[in-house]
Ligand binder design. Structure first.
Ligand SMILES: [Zn+2]
Length: 140
């Protein structure tokens, strides 16, 4: 569980990452930041492609980056957007639960610069999730 200070840092990192979104087609800017169990914060943004189906969500791009750097255990992920409201898509929910069934998910879409983050548990967003445990493994 992120502390209040960690949540503030995550929100700041996610909003900063959102500004690096590569979204020339949809104009939907999404940023994400994740807090590892060891206290490190990593962030990323969505990346679109002229071949639309190849675009990558901020959350999946971020977790791919984090996992490829050796981080496999996460406390909290924050997702922000320039939309009035956002939650991770189904594919990203599946990707998040790959790394833990107790990961907390915050979303924030401030209007006029005043955000009111919403908190979810990943299993609240993906009930009955298919996890590494479903395959009889820890996933690591
Ligand atoms: Zn997604």
């Amino acid at each position: 569980m992120a502390t209040e200070n960690e949540l503030e840092l995550l929100l700041k990192a996610a909003h900063e990452a959102k500004e690096n979104s590569y979204s020339p087609y949809s104009k939907v800017k999404v940023g994400a930041a994740v807090l590892t169990q060891c206290g490190k914060i990593l962030s990323g943004a969505n990346v679109e492609c002229a071949s639309y189906g190849l675009g990558v969500c901020a959350e999946r791009g971020l977790l791919t980056h984090a996992a490829s750097r050796g981080f496999r255990s996460f406390k909290t992920i924050v997702v922000v957007s320039n939309l009035p409201e956002i939650t991770p898509c189904g594919a990203c929910r599946q990707f998040i639960v790959e790394f833990g069934t107790d990961i907390e998910v915050y979303t924030d879409c401030p209007v006029d610069g005043r955000g009111k983050p919403r908190k979810f548990g990943i299993l609240e967003l993906l009930p009955g999730a298919f996890t590494p445990r479903s395959l009889g493994t820890s996933g690591s």
